[in-house]
Design a binder for this molecule. Sequence first.
Ligand SMILES: [Zn+2]
Length: 724
Amino acid sequence: MKKSKITLKAFQILFLCSFVLVFTFCNKCKKNTANDIKEVAEKHKAKATVENNPFFKDYDTPFNVPIFSKIKEAHYMPAFKKGMKLEKQEINAIVNNPEEPTFKNTLIALEKTGELLSKVSAVFWHMNSIDTTDGIQKIAKEVTPLLSKHENFIALNDGLFQRIKALYQKKNKLSLNDQEMRLLERTHLGFIRSGADLKPEDKEKVKKINEEMSKIALQFRNNLLKETNNFKMFIDKKEDLAGLPQNLIDVAAEVAKKAGYKSKWAFTPHKPSWIPFLQNSPKRELREKLYKGYIMRGDNNNKYDNKKLIAKLASLRVQKANIMGYKTHADYRLKINMSKKPENVYKLLNRLWEPALNMAKKEVKEMQAIIDKEGGNFKLASWDWWYYAEKVRKEKYALDESKSKPYFEVNNVREGAFYLANKLYGITFTEFKDLPKAHKHAKAFEVKEVDGTHIGILYTDYFYRESKRSGAWCGDFQGYSNIEGKTKYPIIYNVCNFPQPVGDTPSLLSFDQASTLFHEFGHALHSLFNRTTYPGISWVARDFVELPSQIMEHWCAEPEVLRVYAKHYKTGKSIPQELIDKLQKSSHFNQGFVTVEYLAAALLDMNYHTLTDAKEVDTLKFENDYFKKIGLIPEIISRYRSTYFQHIVGGYDAGYHAYIWAEVLDCDAFEAFKETSLFDKKTAESFRKNILANGGKEDEAVIYKRFRGRDAKIDGLLKKRGLK
Ligand SMILES: [Zn+2]
């Protein structure tokens, strides 16, 4: 959630909600953007000087929010450079301090470093995500290697590490309070995990392995990009477009035109292209061709092949883990997660595998019955799944989005999220119209306790535009901290990609999008309520971070809550029971497939990263043998095959299971409310105190148990996915 002093310090860590990233794409509103782009260009023309650089002085705004209107592109680079220079001086001052290391002169001093760098980073990376320009991208490219170098200066700083180590070794004699002790332990651990305490020759080896791994990762991603962009399925007969939605056809015509073909249509292995094609095209051979284009990426035995690279990466990871003193890479990675050990992850994934597979087999039967009834005379194959699943969806669940959308007007949904937070925690949200904003689409709200005490600021920026990256996320301009009595309050933002209002029609959301709004709002509450003294311990483990967000999705779908916020934008009438029933029923649609497809990838990730032998595997054999061993059915291909599994190339290696790990927690935590009442004050108070306000002060398993009175049970998740 927050940055740690020695990992990715100057970059912003956002809640990347990957499921949302996958499914949120919007073709409807891509048209209304020409004006936006023009405005962006105008905005950044102004001249900048050192004297007028807003990063170099106090913002002098209410709540210290960034003074966006005065920040120009030309201000970023000088602020980055000065920020790095100042932090380097601060670090050197700590290292060269002739006094014995103390908690104050080393750890607190370290926590206080880099204020300017954090200040400019927070704004810059936000703008790069929500309203990027060529200029911003150019700066990003230029500053990224400088920041990496700067981070290494801190993470591999032996002088700094020696002071921390000296403190760590006498930690029990320092009379530290809980938070101080946690900060010392976490900081020490961070250095250890970057290899700071290894013998010089091992340090050298790790450095070489790291360098080689980043080269491989880069090449893997470049290959994948090439493979994804190089494949196009051209259609030149109009009848082959039968069944496809018009916006998909329009985009396909554009793609073909760009490739130099005027009266053709091109479909690509990008999700917004291939998924709707597979869902809607009755042409079986075309579905097969396109799907194979997608699943064979990186496995075409050409110069962009990724098979050897992924095998090499797995091997290097074994070598590094061994040097670090771990049996496998997963052991090394999971040590700082809630799951702690590979066995615990396998236990969960295996527990889910059988029921999910059984459900998927039922889904196959259901679809085969449709094929047979239609006289199809073939056996369902993986490329047929989306097409027949759509038929099942229409037949069994019949949820017409055009009927439900008017009940999910964006402001009503946001008010629903605010209403929920008020019911649970008593907090209020007051719009602050004059507060500086990063974009005209943004709104600002002051969040207050029931007695009016300030909690923090929440910005919302919900609408799609071309200059914004896709997906939905939550981040901050400033997190809570209270170092030496100087309190800083959270300034948080939620960003989504919902349709913009058009003419008299406001922004109307699908139910999935409404859930996304609640999800991001949950991340925001986590950051708003966080009350850890030091930023260095405000972050939580990857397999825990989605608990506060995913739990909100449960309330979003509860009839009692729906009836409050899901109001028809024209008539103001609450959503009818019939629609609520349909929404609830459809939540079980295709869950066998979704779960199996996901688990297969999560298991494959674990299988690579529990290797104990550094010998490079034969990728295809490794993958096929494993899927055979776990009994994956041929009608389902793992959500990611080895050659395009970007998550495990970096970031989510031995970590792809984190989403479902957190889902066990959110389902189980929500049951605590179901067992009492949806808005039970006492349960909410405990959830806020133990989970939301606690940041990374304590081990995640400990705080969860304190909230729930026991460890999490899997039953809630099984019930939610219809697996029980
Ligand atoms: Zn999330």
